[in-house]
Design a protein around this ligand. Structure first.
Ligand SMILES: CC(C)(COP(=O)(O)OP(=O)(O)OC[C@H]1O[C@@H](n2cnc3c(N)ncnc32)[C@H](O)[C@@H]1OP(=O)(O)O)[C@@H](O)C(=O)NCCC(=O)NCCS
Length: 227
């Protein structure tokens, strides 16, 4: 079970982080991965009723990685915490699968009442560096939250929000199916039509060159062949 988690996490880091070069590098140099390993232990202790040991493990993990995850937080599969320093994930936060968080992200509460007070983040969400997501709000599947945004209202599926307070931008994420854009900026997708146009123009140019060659006088073609 633990080895499956490790294998899956390492594979995900290598697929999604362009800076991750080898299995050993991910294993040794990614505090986000270390924090998740510690969290699995802390969460198991917490849910088994061993609250203080759970808190202690989380505290040790924070000291070692700079990432603070409360042992009560529920985290899905293949979470990536990139860079990681300063991330805070509160006790009643819930995170779906394939979520990508950058450094300084807070999934925080706005109330000191016990009970659900932290965000619920759906699947395939990207939360940019420094963003604060506050309160028991939902962040829909496929949403993107801009760097340094402060989110205090629910974000619908597939919506991009930026700013303080966060507001939607007039654009659907152009994530291509099966293709993940680490920075939330689908540059490759935007370039695709241009690349297609260039390919069409090249084909047309080749065709024109052929026609010109056929029309050119015989001596000219002989000269060209001699060159
Ligand atoms: C929010 C985000 C996903 C949007 O990416 P995008 O779809 O390519 O959007 P664009 O860059 O075309 O910007 C669209 C609009 O939002 C604004 N915008 C983008 N990101 C913003 C941000 N973080 N804060 C405020 N405004 C932002 C742009 O100025 C632009 O406004 P305009 O339409 O008035 O000109 C991206 O900008 C972002 O913040 N990604 C997180 C990356 C990150 O944290 N990297 C850390 C690496 S260590």
């Amino acid at each position: 079970m633990a080895s499956m988690f490790l294998r899956e996490s390492i594979r995900t880091y290598r697929e999604r982080d362009p800076a991750a070069r080898s299995i050993l590098e991910v294993l040794l140099c990614y505090p986000g991965l270390h924090a998740l390993m510690w969290h699995r232990l802390a969460h198991a202790l917490w849910t088994a009723g061993l609250k203080l040991p759970g808190r202690l493990i989380a505290h040790l993990s924070r000291w070692l990685t700079g990432i603070e995850i409360h042992p009560g937080a529920r985290i899905g599969r293949r979470l990536i915490i990139d860079h990681g320093m300063g991330v805070v994930i509160g006790e009643t936060a819930e995170i779906g699968d394939d979520v990508y968080l950058y450094h300084q992200v807070t999934l925080g509460g706005t109330s000191s009442l016990r009970g659900k007070r932290h965000p619920t983040v759906g699947n395939n969400v990207i939360i940019g560096a420094g963003a604060k997501v506050l309160g028991a709000i939902s962040i829909g599947d496929g949403a993107r939250i801009g760097a340094n945004a402060v989110v205090i209202q629910a974000v619908p599926n597939g919506t991009t929000v930026v700013g303080i307070p966060a507001r939607p931008i007039d654009r659907a994420p152009a994530q291509r199916e099966g293709k993940f854009d680490a920075y939330g900026t689908p540059l490759e997708a935007a370039l695709d039509p241009l690349i297609r146009d260039v390919e069409t123009l090249r084909a047309e140019l080749a065709e024109l060159e052929c026609r010109v060659a056929r029309l050119a006088p015989r001596e000219y073609r002989q000269d060209e062949a001699a060159d």
